[in-house]
Each structure stands twice: as structure tokens, then as C-alpha cells.
Design a protein around this ligand. Structure first.
Ligand SMILES: [Zn+2]
Length: 314
């Protein structure tokens, strides 16, 4: 009987691979570099070789493997990824190609989605079946999970919450629109909001003493009571809270879970988002909706990819 699963998080620089039992214990993990030469044509072959080498080392054969889950940095629908700029990929049928190479069932989703599934299985959303995961990093990624399943949508754009239009004017986004959530709520966004306040006001602020601002500095100064940092964090929370209020009446999640580099600021994030969520959201969902921090860090992806394979393999 198959006893193990592999969870793979395919990123632009490295491929993280986790080896799990069916209970979700991470038994082993390793990584290989992402070979982007010739439009990434060897990436899936490299992954296959790494898994076969690992199975050899552990004295396992392919029948011991129940399935393989993989997260890729681009929109996915039905195992097909539509475009991964980071990898040089156009349309690739990851499921079909990797199944042919490996000989086991393969399940594919987008990287933010698998991180959300990981948090649902073993992290900050553990015990929930309905949650929305937001990764606050350079951009804002999202995953919408309903009854334990990712909502990928028609062309894989389900959960692209970073590109929700927000309640303020915002800045231009690299998707081509203006005012997307990630232009104010990502690490870059928080810096942009703060810089604008510093330029447009004379409010005294410690932040004026820094040569270069980062989201981390701004959150630290906000915790210390700096007025400009506090105003920037209120704008961050207001926009996130507003978007959570909208998403909240679409899928009615049990919790919103926040991960990514910005979430390292801690409870200040969940507190400010909850404050504005409570103000904007449909009263019927206010009391029952929780706001939590992610706990798995960079391992969320491999956990979620393994969960995807575990739930979908026969
Ligand atoms: Zn956008």
C-alpha cells in the first residue's frame, strides 16, 4: 500500500521538495536549483531525477508513493499552467508531463494556493475547512479554500486577491491596473504609502531619519507610536479589512490567515485588519470570522502540495 507523498514548491530560484507520510509528518526535505535555461524545458526532468534519486536512497519504489503535489508560480487550471514568467514557461501541462515522467498521480496548483492549503492542514488555519489565505510579501498573493478545496476558477485567477480593486486611489500595479490591494498592502505597498505621507505632510516622524524605508521598519516604528508609521498601517489595515469584508460575503470563511514576510510584524497585522473588517463587513459574519497569522513560513508550500496530493489521489 502507498504510504508516502511528495510535496513540491517550484519557485523561480529553487525547487523545494518535502517527503511526507499520509499523516502529514515531514520526514525529509531537500531542494534543487530551478534550471531556467532554454525556457525552463528541463525543470520537470530535474524534478523527476531528484525524486527518483531520493526514492532510491530510501529504498522505495514507485508503488510506495501515493501521489505528488506541486505548486507553480503562475495561474493553473486543470493541471495546466498558463504562464510562468519566472520560469520562462508558456502554457505547460504540468500534470500530464510529470505523470508521464514519474508514473504516479500528480496534482498541480498555484504557489499561493498551496501555501494556503499548507496552513489549512498543519499551520495557522489547522482544523478549518474554509479559509482565505493572504501572503503579504513583495506582492499580495491569495488562496480561497472552500470545504478543503482550492478555488482555482476558470483560468486560474481564483484567489488573486492582491488584484482586488481597493477603496482608496492606490498606486499603479504591475498587472497594468491602478489601485489594486497589493499596491498598498504588500511590503512595497506599505513603503509607497508611507513615502507619500512623508512627502505630502510635515508630520514629525522618526521615519524621516532613515535613508531607505522597509515594511519592517515602518511596522516597528508604528509599534513604537510613530504618527506617520501609524497612519500608514491604518491605511494598510483599512484596505485589507475592506477587501476581507468583500471576500467574507462571497465564501464566508472561518478565518483569514496572513503569511509572507510582512506578516512577521505579528499581531499588529491581525488587529488592524480585524478593526476595519468589523467596521465594513456584513454584521452576520463579524463575530464568527477569525484573523490569524501563518505559522509554517517557507515550508507552507511543500505541506500544501502534499495535502493536495493526499486529498486527490485514489
Ligand atoms: Zn494588480
Amino acid at each position: 500500500m502507498s504510504k508516502y507523498i511528495y510535496g513540491i514548491d517550484l519557485g523561480g530560484t529553487t525547487v523545494k521538495i518535502g517527503f511526507f507520510n499520509l499523516e502529514g509528518d515531514l520526514l525529509d526535505n531537500f531542494q534543487i536549483p530551478t534550471n531556467k535555461e532554454e525556457n525552463g524545458k528541463n525543470i520537470l526532468i530535474d524534478i523527476t531525477n531528484a525524486l527518483k534519486f531520493h526514492m532510491n536512497e530510501k529504498n522505495l519504489n514507485i508503488d510506495d508513493i501515493k501521489g505528488v503535489g506541486i505548486g507553480v508560480p503562475g495561474p493553473v487550471s486543470d493541471g495546466v499552467v498558463y504562464r510562468c514568467v519566472n520560469l520562462g514557461w508558456g502554457i505547460v501541462n504540468v500534470k500530464q508531463e510529470l505523470e508521464a515522467l514519474l508514473g504516479v498521480p500528480v496534482f498541480v496548483s498555484n504557489d499561493a494556493n498551496i501555501a494556503g492549503l499548507g496552513e489549512l492542514w498543519k499551520g495557522g488555519g489547522s482544523g478549518y475547512k474554509n479559509l482565505v489565505f493572504l501572503t503579504l510579501g513583495t506582492g499580495v498573493g491569495g488562496a480561497v479554500i472552500v470545504d478543503g478545496r482550492i478555488v482555482d476558477g476558470f483560468v486560474g485567477a481564483g484567489g488573486e486577491i492582491g488584484h482586488c480593486p481597493t477603496c482608496t486611489d492606490g498606486f499603479s500595479c504591475n498587472c497594468g491596473k491602478t489601485g489594486c490591494l497589493e499596491t498598498v498592502a504588500s511590503a512595497t505597498g506599505v513603503v509607497n504609502v508611507t513615502t507619500k505621507i512623508l512627502q505630502e505632510t510635515n508630520t514629525p516622524s522618526n521615519l524621516r531619519n532613515y535613508d531607505k524605508l522597509s515594511a519592517r521598519i515602518i511596522f516597528d516604528e508604528a509599534k513604537a507610536g510613530d504618527p506617520v508609521a501609524t497612519e500608514a498601517i491604518e491605511i494598510f489595515g483599512k484596505n485589507l479589512g475592506f477587501v476581507c469584508a468583500m471576500v467574507g460575503v462571497v465564501t464566508n470563511p472561518q478565518a483569514f490567515v496572513f503569511g509572507g514576510g510582512v506578516s512577521k510584524a505579528g499581531e499588529i497585522i491581525t488587529e488592524v485588519v480585524k478593526k476595519y473588517f468589523n467596521e465594513y463587513a456584513f454584521p452576520g459574519i463579524v463575530a464568527s470570522t477569525e484573523f490569524k497569522l501563518a505559522t509554517l513560513g517557507n515550508d507552507a508550500g511543500i505541506y500544501g502540495a502534499a495535502y493536495l496530493a493526499r486529498e486527490n489521489s485514489q
